[in-house]
Ligand binder design. Structure first.
Ligand code: UD1
Ligand code: MG
Length: 447
């Protein structure tokens, strides 16, 4: 039978103290409500999201999941919110209803509630550590909201999770009859749950963490990180600890990869190699056998097997580090291919370039790619040697096997096998250092 699910996301979320819609706050690269919609779609549900506040943003933020949206004209409570979705519901069959701000809810739990569903309404309930604020499950009555609880009802710890399965027909017949509650005149969905409703009481509180402030948002991230990393771990990815690195859901992790303490991996990345402690990797491909060492940043780069990057290197968009190449500390690479076995081990800038196989780029070398108006390319031939602290003024080509002397500023192409040096000759004065020092001391003594 087809399944429809209604996600209530019309609330404002004032306590987030944030300019963006509450249900769009990201957790591991996916908006809060995206987690719920994805879990429901995992069950094959046709998802309807009820929106009001930040409507345009919420529609845009959830567009990747392509749910249907309905607008609740004026948010007047959870009953009114589901009523707004009635036009989108099928004539018959089960309808899952849940809130958009409980991103930890799993497809497995919804499936379990569906399997237990009978009659007109089935409610998921759990024993709350602190039931304050929840509707209480009162035997023989149904759900009693906190505000309406007697003293003894308030002590009940079994609470309404806000996840339900209703029969579509029951919603159609009963929602129009809801009566407003003082003082705000709200229509409560909970009034559809009565003594005849089925209660499934063994759900776990963790899955119903309501994200109402940024403390709960961080708590939610902790739980999701553990889940995501645990699943990658089961598939052969090594982590320092389950909560010690953050891997967005958009990332593909390959078996055999490892992720160090404090690493953050985001965007459309694919990781097969080692990502060291404290690395930040975004939209990058790190092939099996590649190593990104501590504190390195990679954005839009590709690193091949046997290549070593870092510690503390920076790869920018278009950096391609071919097999066995080395990019060392404080080396920045942008829009440049560094071919097999080439090395730039210390303190260099390789921008808009092609570095030939086996070339060696000395410490402090700068590819001067920008003339203040346009960018130009630097091409280094295979096996070339660029001495330390050289400036190569692009556009420029250094031939295969050529040598550039340390400290040179090179402004013209260097042919294959040539030596290019551009610096003043060293002036040498023998037996004079001590004489000079004595001269300086005398001057100092005279004041
Ligand atoms: C609700 C339940 C309570 C349950 C708790 C679980 C009611 C009356 N009470 O209380 O029994 O224990 O959830 O968390 O349902 N929303 C709309 N439109 C509205 C009002 C709310 O879309 O007009 C959305 C909110 O954005 C939110 C969800 O519905 O995602 C729940 O609303 P909320 O105000 O948080 O209900 P609670 O007071 O928590
Ligand atoms: Mg709530």
């Amino acid at each position: 039978m087809s399944l429809t699910a209604v996600v209530l996301a019309a609330g404002l979320g004032t306590r987030m103290r944030s300019p963006i819609a509450k249900v769009l706050h990201p957790l591991l690269g996916r908006p809060m409500a995206g987690w719920i919609v994805a879990a429901l779609q995992e069950l094959g549900a046709d998802v309807v999201v009820v929106v009001h506040h930040h409507e345009g943003e919420v529609r845009a933020g959830l567009a990747p999941w392509m749910p249907r949206f309905v607008r609740q004209e004026a948010p007047r409570g959870t009953g009114d919110a589901v009523a707004a979705a009635l036009s989108e519901l099928p004539e018959h069959g089960p309808v899952v209803v849940t809130a958009g701000d409980t991103p930890l809810l799993t497809a497995a739990s919804v499936r379990r509630l569906l399997a237990a569903h009978r009659g007109n309404a089935t409610v998921a309930a759990f024993e709350a550590r602190d039931p304050h604020g929840y509707g209480r499950m009162v035997p023989g009555v149904g759900i009693v909201e906190e505000a309406a609880c007697t003293e003894s009802q308030r002590r009940i710890r079994l609470v309404n999770s806000g996840l339900y399965v209703f029969e579509a027909q029951y919603l159609r017949s009963r929602l129009p009859l809801l009566q407003p509650h003082a003082p705000k005149g709200e229509l409560w969905l909970t009034d559809l749950v009565d003594a005849d409703s089925h209660v499934v009481a063994d759900f776990v509180e963790e899955e119903f963490l309501g994200v109402n402030d940024k403390g709960a948002l961080a708590e939610g991230r902790d739980v999701l990180r553990r889940r995501v990393n645990r699943a990658h771990g089961a598939a052969g990815v090594e982590f320092a600890g389950l909560n010690d690195a953050s891997v967005d859901v958009s990332v593909t992790m390959l078996p055999g990869a490892s992720v160090g303490f404090g690493a953050v991996i985001t965007g459309k990345s694919t990781i097969g190699g080692d990502v060291g402690p404290g690395c930040v990797v975004h939209d990058s491909v790190i092939h099996p056998g590649a190593r990104i060492l501590a504190g390195s940043v990679s954005d839009g780069a590709e690193v091949f097997a046997g290549a070593i990057v870092g510690p503390m290197a920076r790869l920018r968009p278009g950096a391609v580090i071919r097999p066995g190449a080395h990019i060392g500390n404080f080396v920045e690479v942008k829009n440049a291919v560094v071919h097999e076995g080439a090395k730039a081990n210390h303190l260099a800038y390789l921008g808009d370039a092609d570095v030939g196989a086996g070339a060696n780029i000395g410490a402090g070398t700068i590819f001067c790619n920008y003339d203040g108006v346009r960018k130009h390319r630097t091409v280094i031939g295979a096996g070339a040697f660029i001495g330390s602290n050289s400036a190569l003024v692009a556009p420029i080509a250094v031939g295969a096997g050529a040598i550039v002397g340390a400290g040179s500023t090179i402004t013209q192409d260097v042919p294959d096998d040539a030596i290019a040096v551009e610096r003043a000759l060293t002036k040498l004065t023998p037996n004079s250092a001590d004489r000079l020092r004595r001269h300086y001391r005398k001057a100092a003594d005279r004041g």
